[in-house]
Design a protein around this ligand. Sequence first.
Ligand code: PHE
Length: 347
Amino acid sequence: MKEQLELIKQNALAALAAAETPAALEELRVKFLGKKGELTAVLKMMGKLSAEERPVVGQMANAVRAEIETKLEERKTAIHAAVLEAKLAAEAIDVTIPGETVTVGHQHPMNQVLQEIKDIFVGMGYTVVDGPEVEFASYNFTRLNIEEGHPSRDRSDTFYFDSEDEVLLRTQTSSMQIRFMETHKPPLCMLAPGRVFRKDEADATHSPMFHQIEGLVVAENITMGDLKGALITIMNKIYGHNAQVRFRPHHFPFTEPSCEMDMQCHKCHGTGEIDGTVCSTCHGEGWIELLGAGMVHPEVLRNCGIDPDVYSGFAFGIGLERTAMGRLKINDLRLIFDNDVRFLNQF
Ligand code: PHE
C-alpha cells in the first residue's frame, strides 16, 4: 500500500505540474482527492491492514493528501496569475497610437444665423415659441383679417389638404400671432421662427419652402417708432453698424399701416449691376426684400379678445434665408437647401 500511495503521489504531482488551466486542475482534484478518487480508494482498503501498519499507512496517506493539496493550491495561484497576465497583455491599450479622426459636422449656416437672431431678440425680452406647420385657414388667414377670396388664399399659391380649404401648410408664420394672443395677454413680446410653404418656383431668391421669423409686440402705447427702432437695432446687430436698409410703404390685411424693409444687395452694393450685367442676386434691384411689418390691425387684436382702444402693437415677418444670404454673403438661395458639403464647409 505504501508503494501505491507513493505512486499516487508521483502521478498527482507530475499531472499537477503539467496542468495549464483551472478546468484541468479541477479534473485532477476530483481524480486524486475526490470521494471516488484514487486516494480515497486506497484509504477504503485500510481495514485490511494490521493494527501496527494502520497508523503508519494512515499517517503516510495524510501526508500524501497534504502534499497534493499544497501543490494544487500552488498551481491554482500560478495558473490564475498566468491567465490574468495573458488577459492584460491581450487587452493592453497603446496610448501612444494616434486616434482615429471622427468627422464632426456643424450647424447649418442658416441655423447659425437663426441662432444669432434669436439671441438678439431674447436679449430684448422676446419669448421664442414654436407652432404647427399644418395649420387651419382660420389662423393662417381668417383671424388675420384676410377675407375669403383674397388672392393669397388662392389654390395656386397655397398647399391645401382638404376640398373645403380649411387645412393647409401655413403660408406665413403670422398664424403664430393669433395662436400667441389666444393664450397670452398684453404686454407681450413674441418671436416665432419656422417653416412656411408657398407654391413658388425656385430661383435665386425663391423656394417653395422657406423660413420666416415672426415677431409680435403688444402693449400700451406701442408705436411705429418702436417697430422701426426694433428692426434697425436688429439689422445693425446682424450686419454691423449702419446696415443699409430702407422702409417702403406696403399693404397687409393684418397690419395698418404696413411696410416692407429691404437690405442693400450685398453682391452689387445697391448698384443693380456687376461689370455691366444685371446683378443675378437682386435681379438688378440693388435691394433685397427682407421682411414685411406693420402695426397690428385693430381687427386682429379684437379677433383675439384684446381691446384695440387700450392696446396697440407691431408685428414683423423676417425672411430667414434672405437674411442669412446677406449675413454670410451667399449669392443664390438654392445653395442653402442643396446641402452640398463643399458649400456647407465654408461656414
Ligand atoms: N406674413 C407676412 C408675409 O409673409 C409678413 C408680415 C408679418 C407682415 C407680420 C406684417 C406683419 O409676407
